[in-house]
Write a protein that binds this ligand. Structure first.
Ligand code: ZN
Length: 136
């Protein structure tokens, strides 16, 4: 397993419409994609910052994990995503070292990436995601 860079930082927000102007007009970043991820019950907006992305996450349903996060902790940084060369490999490796997994196998995330989450109880409070571009 090799982590090459921080692929993105996920930020939970109540409203993309309210938040995007801060990133675009105030910070001068460009939103290049807005996408709904149906099975996560979120709408996402992406900004490129160097080789790392900011991923804004707006819940589309009160049952969305993002809605529950905002309810409990308010808007803010939700997760950290590392780009790895093989998500399944990476999961197996950290699991063997005692890390509790949320996803035992990779699934499809925004932008068609293969993604999987580690439980924040095992990662010192940071909800951690591994992701990779699917093989073409
Ligand atoms: Zn993510």
């Amino acid at each position: 397993m090799e982590i090459s860079h921080i692929e993105h930082i996920g930020i939970a927000v109540k409203s993309l419409e309210a938040t995007i102007p801060y990133y675009e007009k105030t910070l001068g970043l460009k939103c290049y994609s807005v996408e709904e991820v149906i099975d996560q019950k979120v709408k996402t907006a992406f900004f490129m910052v160097g080789q790392t992305k900011i991923e804004l996450l707006e819940p589309t349903d009160p049952e969305s994990p993002i809605a529950k996060f905002i309810e409990k902790r308010g808007e803010g940084i939700h997760h950290l995503a590392f780009a790895t060369d093989g998500v399944q490999n990476a999961l197996d490796k950290v699991a063997a070292q005692g890390v509790q997994l949320i996803d035992k196998a990779p699934r499809k995330g925004a932008e068609g990436l293969n993604i999987a989450f580690l439980h924040p109880k095992s990662t010192f409070g940071v909800l951690t995601e591994f992701c990779e571009k699917p093989q073409e």
